[in-house]
Design a protein around this ligand. Sequence first.
Ligand SMILES: [Fe+2]
Length: 587
Amino acid sequence: MNSSLANLIISLNSVAMGDKKADLILKNCNLLSVYTKEIIPKIQIAIIDDRIAYVGTDAAHTIGPKTTVIDVNGKYVSPGFADPHLHIDQFVLPSEFAKKALLCGVTSLFSDPIDIVSVTGYKGFQEFLKLGEDLPIRIFQVVPGGLPVDAKFSNSKTFSLSQEKTAIKHPHILGLGEVFSWTKVTLREPKTMKSLSTMLECDCIINGHTAGISEKKLNAYVSSGILSCHEPINFDQVLERLRLGMWVMIREGSIRRDLKEIIPRVLSHGTYLNRLMFCSDGLNPLDITKFGHIDHCIRESIKLGLKPIDAITMASKNNFDYYNMGKDLGGIAPGKLADILVFNDLKSFKPNKVFVGGKLVVSNGSIVTYIKKKIISPWIKKTVKLKKFAKNDFLIKSKKKDVLANTIFMQTEIITKIGSAELHSKNGHVSASFDSDIWKVAAFDRTHGTNRHAIGFLENFGADIGAFASTWSFHENDMIVIGSNDSDMAIASNHIIKNQGGLVVVKSGKILASLPLQFAGIVSTDSFEKVSSNFQNINNSIVDSGCKFARPHLIPLFLPFLALPSVRILSGGIVDVKKRNYIQPIN
Ligand SMILES: [Fe+2]
């Protein structure tokens, strides 16, 4: 045992025995015990430094002249909540997200910064790690586990095996993030297998992503050491994964909401809850403000019939058990880190007080700790390597007068199919047609400084705008521009270059809405409130203009995402996902 650990247990032991005095005592707690599934009244908790030393009915022997005693007057006390899988490299910096998460009682975030890596590689990952350190919230990270999505078409950066090995030596890096390209596992792709075995040799966790697979493919995936998944969208998928020894994170976030479908069946089946957790997978600023975070999952699950103590356990202990951190976190017991929530009742689950490592960080629903602004390296705010655009940069040439175009037909904001449209050329160029709801769509490599780009047609968008452009795309890094006319497409693109990333909506030469994302072109350096307002303006300006979808920001986000059907656009070309080949915009 090293000397600091020996000193730690001697210190905790001494406080428990009353031979040393506590820093803080919480008394009159109605303790939600995640170990026995009880609510235990009149409990006293003694804390020294950042850990709990004593939990019992009388902590008087630990009180000294410098001990702070807080009487919580019979309020409910639980361990801090965790989000076991989310992408915090979205919208706002971790320091801004932390403020909102803490107000929801979330004291630990398990971050998968896949898009930071896809844009900026290992160097940007290190930069992003710094942003998550020394905050009044615990941020654990994983090495992104699915990049590139498809080496044949992808533009994204990734880690080498040696970079992965180096990264997991960092104390806050727990292992490999969601291995979402499951075919790389079932086909035993050599780099993926080496990566998985390295993680297992080093006792690291590997997060899964098993959307749509079952039976032998799922068995192959699990036998490769990947033991969790947040993709089940119904109870049968949950049960199949639990039966194979997996842990399941039920997702309730901005991309999907699965609680309503899954929790009632979990209850009617009487499923063992110990391997179930809640996760967000990522929350946009409007959703965390409107719905909340893991506290929302607890409220919703209770409405669906789950007992409060079970919901609390799924929100706390189970996460740390999964990540092999149960000896330090997840419950209120001697030796544990003092991440503690105090609630007025068992209805709102908005904590009145939040302690992280024994320090009060939220009181009466407000942040009461100072969150220092981090210094950001200038290079990561200059990732849009594109030259100034002119309207001629968006031309699609054709020698024929009448052409049959292959379109990307939007079925939802996310799912596409290959469509076709009869279009006419004028002066050797084929234009978009607002009347027929045919749009131009372009993808430009904005990271590597090449001039690589693709231009095609998109169908069924519907908004009466000139152009919509974005640098944020899952998990690629191209700039996507959708437009009804080339001139507005150029204006939107140039605005993005000026801001070095973000989303913008243009009509008739005017900027209708703009959301600057200066950090790697995917995260804003602005305040949460400003980002939230800009984000709302982006969606509202498109929806109010007649767009057929309620969440238009998702369109450029998913247009290059190769893991979903049926047709995608990247700077290398338009891709038929199933056939895995490029298709031309016009026949
Ligand atoms: Fe995810």
